[in-house]
Design a protein around this ligand. Structure first.
Ligand SMILES: NC(=O)C1=CN([C@@H]2O[C@H](COP(=O)(O)OP(=O)(O)OC[C@H]3O[C@@H](n4cnc5c(N)ncnc54)[C@H](OP(=O)(O)O)[C@@H]3O)[C@@H](O)[C@H]2O)C=CC1
Ligand SMILES: O=C(O)[C@@H]1CCC=N1
Length: 261
């Protein structure tokens, strides 16, 4: 399957690197185009991708078109490719935040198979999550083709579209908050004499292991927290300090902000 990316920003680059890392897709079967050639031509050379000079050329030569532009750019981009999308059984896969299937159909063709997905940047190391919903034009074959290719990037999770905004924030935005959490801990450890790079490694390993505990043990995070807090020990003191300083309230406000569309 030839996969064409319209838009080669942070998220598209992470997906492309994940595909290349997986070694299951020929790099030259990945086509790319974005607005400014200096932002994609060298990237294409570095990874052996096929750079094309227009969105139209990209659509003509791809089986699956990944729409990876910002929401404000969608109308202009789709206007130019709408007719080409309807030729030769193409599939549109949009990663555009908060852009509904219905709106994408209005801007393209009511017969076009369309996937709406929310990936996260962890796809770059094939440890991503990719939420997806799709319209009624998607055939069994389309579904198999998309799932078999995109699962190379991480876990594919099928959801009804009405859950995509909330689940999307949980999956798409949280890597940034996890980086903030890790950075805050490794920075304070520097105050106590560790180097930033050794702290980064330790916090990353510790948080990764803790997240594995949640997914593999199937336990509730509250129960796991209790196991770490030895009576009269340091962890409970730190945990209460987090509570007293508004940690949970800050998380609630953070999540509310992501839902404020
Ligand atoms: N970043 C993330 O973690 C996630 C992002 N998303 C969604 O992915 C989409 C892209 O996000 P992100 O990569 O962060 O954004 P970026 O701003 O990094 O990338 C946007 C890309 O769109 C390109 N572009 C703009 N106009 C056109 C055009 N007319 N034709 C072709 N390409 C064009 C830009 O080109 P150029 O660089 O040449 O100017 C750029 O490569 C957004 O809709 C976002 O909501 C979803 C989940 C997670
Ligand atoms: O910040 C954003 O809007 C995009 C969607 C999820 C992650 N980045």
């Amino acid at each position: 399957m030839k996969i064409g990316f319209i838009g080669v920003g942070s998220m598209a680059k992470a997906m492309i690197k994940g595909f290349v890392n997986s070694k299951n897709i020929n790099s030259n079967d990945i086509l790319i185009h974005s607005k400014h050639s200096n932002n994609y031509v060298n990237f294409a050379k570095e990874y052996g991708l096929t750079a094309v000079s227009t969105n139209e050329e990209l659509v003509k030569n791809s089986d699956c078109i990944v729409l990876a532009v910002n929401p404000i750019q969608v109308i202009d981009v789709l206007k130019d490719i709408r007719e080409l999308l309807s030729v030769d059984n193409k599939i549109l896969l949009s990663i555009v935040w908060n852009y509904s299937l219905n709106r994408l159909e209005e801007l393209t063709d009511y017969d076009l198979p369309i996937f709406r997905t929310v990936p996260n940047v962890n796809v770059e190391v094939n440890a991503g999550s990719l939420l997806y919903a799709y319209n009624e034009n998607v055939s069994e074959e389309n579904l198999n083709d998309i799932v078999s290719n995109f699962k190379l990037l991480g876990e594919m999770i099928n959801l009804t579209e009405n859950k995509l905004n909330t689940a999307g924030a949980l999956v798409g935005c949280t890597p940034a908050y996890a980086y903030l959490f890790a950075d805050a801990f490794s920075r304070i450890a520097v105050k106590y004499g560790l180097s930033k790079s050794e702290s980064n490694k330790m916090i990353a390993q510790s948080v990764k292991g803790s997240m594995d505990m949640i997914s593999k043990s199937n336990s509730n995070p509250t129960d796991l927290m209790d196991e770490v807090c030895s009576p009269g020990g340091s962890t409970i003191k730190g945990l209460l300090a987090l509570k007293e300083n508004g940690f949970e309230k800050a998380i609630d406000k953070c999540f509310d902000a992501t839902q404020d569309n």
